[in-house]
Design a protein around this ligand. Structure first.
Ligand code: PLP
Length: 407
């Protein structure tokens, strides 16, 4: 056998292809229908003008020998690492130094690759439902045992639903790696300072490492919800954090992210910062110079204002989706500090049943919650990334449909 047998254990990720297939069939049968897509996890607003200007300027630099850039520094250009240290961390009173920040090409790759730093035998915990990349990347590495069609035998699932207010309980069994995401995809819920303090205390006690994903941190409004795990004292000895420009600034196509690996984070007498540098220097040749220049433009006064306006635009959509559901008697979470709204399907329907009803009766596409893990069964995700016009039209259709379903 020469192929990685762990791939054989992984179920086909059919969620988005199945969604696309059902929508294609519906549109073929109903060519007159105006289908509204509230399933998307991609942004729709174009890049901010400050970002586009920075891209143009950086392209011009590449045309001149004196300013041409080839391979860049392995962990990213100092100008961007410093801008992130100041703009994302010092700005919220957190001390993260540029040499603890690694520039990447997206939080998908960063959060999928980080598991390479850990032993094959490291026990993993994820919240359930969950962003599937954390699970599949560990399954490919052979850490999760066997899959029974619903669950992995060696993975610890931390259920999050309305019976525990979407707050994952601390693991009952010993675990070494814990993936947490706040604001959460898919539920849109956030972790409080109190929650994170308990997790940091747990990790310190258990020697576990927390892998904290803040891809949606720009959607947090106000000061009550932590924007970084390093707001919690002692987190720099137990946590790695992933940030991304994708949802903050529309970089889903450009690709730029960062990973914080604190200097104080050590296990088995080894610095994880040194391990990640070693891993990245071997397997990654950096995010393009022009993209790093574009990312740093989001921290200029104008850039900041422009990307904030785009996030506010999506947040207004999110609030409208949530309030429409609630007015129709469907309890929902998310949509406040997040572009996602999550709810139990009305009338006790399962995720795919509701998907079909929503498509047939309201021509709205959403995402079946069961695709995010066993605890997602019977749940549904709607996203705020469509245009304001499409979201308003969808809200009108939901308001007409939902009371009928709940009755
Ligand atoms: N983390 C979470 C929770 C996400 O939902 C996503 C994208 O949808 C990512 C990370 C990946 O983002 P990117 O690779 O575009 O930075």
């Amino acid at each position: 056998m020469i192929t990685n047998q762990n791939f054989g254990e992984i179920p086909q990720s059919y969620l988005f292809s199945e969604v696309a297939e059902r929508v294609r069939r519906f549109e073929a049968q109903h060519p007159e229908a105006r289908v509204l897509r509230l399933g998307i996890g991609d942004v729709t607003r174009p890049l901010a003008p400050a970002v586009v200007d920075a891209l143009h300027a950086a392209v011009d630099e590449q045309a001149v020998a004196a300013s041409f850039q080839g391979y860049g520094p392995e962990a990213g250009y100092a100008f961007l690492r410093e801008a992130i240290a100041a703009g994302e961390y010092a700005a919220i009173g957190v001390d993260v130094s540029p040499d603890e920040i690694f520039i990447g090409d997206g939080s998908k790759s960063d959060s999928a690759n980080i598991q390479e730093l850990f032993a094959d035998t490291a026990r993993v915990a994820v919240t359930d439902p969950v962003y599937p990349v954390y699970v599949d990347s560990n399954a490919m590495a052979g850490r999760l045992g066997t899959f029974d069609g619903e669950r992995w035998s060696e993975l610890t699932y931390l259920r999050c639903d309305d019976t525990n207010e979407y707050r994952p309980a601390l693991p009952a069994e010993p675990v070494e790696l814990v993936y947490l995401c706040s604001p959460n995809n898919p539920t849109g819920t956030t972790m409080s300072r109190e929650d994170l303090t308990a997790w940091v205390a747990y990790a310190r006690e258990a020697g576990a490492v927390i892998l904290f994903d803040v891809a949606y941190r720009a959607f947090i409004t106000g000061d009550d919800v932590p924007r970084s795990i390093y707001e919690i004292e002692g987190a720099d000895e137990v946590a790695i954090e992933f940030g991304s420009f994708s949802k903050t600034a529309g970089f889903t196509g450009l690709r730029c992210s960062w990973t914080v690996v604190p200097q104080k984070l050590r296990r088995d007498g080894v610095s994880l910062n040194a391990l990640w540098l070693r891993r990245q220097s071997t397997k990654f040749n950096g995010t393009p110079y022009i993209v790093q220049r574009a990312a740093s433009a989001t921290y200029s006064a104008t850039g900041r204002e422009q990307v904030r306006a785009d996030v506010d635009y999506y947040l207004a959509n999110a609030r409208l989706i949530r309030s429409t559901l609630e007015s129709a008697g469907v309890a929902a979470v998310g949509g406040e500090h997040s572009p996602y709204v999550w709810f139990r399907c009305p009338g006790g329907m399962d995720s795919w049943e509701f998907f079909d009803v929503l498509l047939a009766e309201a021509q709205i596409v959403g995402t079946p919650g069961v695709g995010f893990g066993p605890a997602g069964a019977g749940h549904f995700r709607l996203s705020a990334f469509n245009t304001s016009e499409a979201t308003q039209e969808a809200a009108g259709r939901l308001a007409a449909l939902l009371p009928r379903l709940a009755a």
